[in-house]
Design a protein around this ligand. Sequence first.
Ligand code: HEM
Length: 505
Amino acid sequence: MEEQHPDFKVIAIGVSVAAALYILIRNTHSGPNLDFVPAVGSSGSLASYFGAFRYVFHAKEMFQEGYLKYPATFFRIPIVDRWSVLVSGKQLIEDIANAREEELSFHKSTNEFLQTRYTLGRGCERDPYHPAVIRTSLTRNVGQRFPDLRDEIVCSLADLIPQSDDWTPVAAYDTMLQVICRTSNRFFVGLPLCRDPDYLALMNSVAMDVVVKAQLINFLPAFLRPTFGPWIASLNTNMRRAQKHLTPLVAERLKKMEELGKDWPGKPNDLITWLMDAAQGDELTLDALVQRVIFVNFAAIRTSTDTFVHLLFDLAAYPSYIQPLREEVETVVTAEGWTKTAVGKMHKIDSFLRESQRMHGIGTQSLGRKVVKPNGFTFSDGTTLPSGTYLHATTWCLHHDPELYPDPHIFDGFRFDKLRQAEETGAAKYQSVTTSLDYLAFGHGIHSCPGRHMAATELKAIVAHIVLNYDIKLADGEDRPANQYVASACLPHATAKVFFRKRQS
Ligand code: HEM
């Protein structure tokens, strides 16, 4: 039998317990009245609970059913205790992308989904100043700090994947999680901490556990969350462990700042500094900064790892792409060396990444928002969704719409490179970091992922290094390892192996 992702079991138990509890204590979905929005499946109160069960493992099919039945409009899906509205029209998705936080709140929706106060800390819930830091200082420094990123890619792959002449099976997920955690933290906190096994284990476990623990807390009735939330989330344990590693670094910086002023000479160019430059009041304290470093790791590591493992499975499943990618890397690196600009010129790798994200984007929905405007949010078609409504865009359905992408179920690694070459404005339009109403893997609009420039450079540099130095394949006769769809997540297979050997030709 095929092994299941560890999240499967935890979520299945959580859902069963929570659904039973809910059916016992209430017999209708809570939240605003959405009767005017068509429902996928039955909208009756008990039947909608069966819909909520279906959502856990078949959300994608429910989205597609709604997308085909109610094109360019809204439909709703039952999730355990409420309705979620899916938005399928491009113009309507644009309304979401441009809406202000006071109308459609990204942070309220995310903080509830992640139960941020219990899982990542109250400061992160209260003051989301880090996206601006990522969008500005962090992104600006990807070029300058590229030699560090590159060095950590080379060292971590050398440590984790043998350069043997024989094929060696490599656990794709666990290995790439290590590579990405090390490389990202080389950029965030530098050497030697980015190689400390306990620090890495902590950041990996935060990346893997927060969403699952948050869902367990979400399944609890609200009045039980303050009692059981901290216990489930183990935030204090994580903090103590992180403090052990980060306190000396942060304390030293705070001391220097106090003694020598904000721009003291020789201050390191890393995430801690960029956060300290922006933090105000209570956020400019030891514990708050440690908590913020954990938060940024959470935002960066799992998203990047899931994306990369999907891509690695595509590369191993369609080996005919390896040679042209190799040639591209060789040409660019011979001319330019290893720089961020050089990676930016690897158009085929960029296209491959974007196509992999189109087909296996890590969320089958994105642009999650909660209506917070007291009298509701009115879309450009005149529909008003009442305050308290949760909504998302139908990302998977758009990415697989034949009107937008011919042969959408066929992996065409150079799809976007061909479009780039065919159109005059294609260079920017089809880049992996460019969001649009047709391409929502990084969201779109005001809250589009601020870390995507770092992520794209890092992931492309890892692919470039792998194709240059290794041959890769799946086990003989095997197809691409199946994705595992849990609620709205599209998880790469957790235990599948990819075979590596030293490049032979
Ligand atoms: C391939 C990897 C990644 C993927 C697929 C991804 C995807 C996303 C998506 C879909 C959103 C929500 C956008 C929306 O609702 O409009 C988002 C937001 C966010 N991402 Fe990423 N992300 C990735 C990597 C990163 C990295 C490396 C960082 C940090 C360095 C990061 C930090 C964030 C933050 C802070 C937000 C919230 C933005 C806000 O509050 O406005 N992400 N990301």
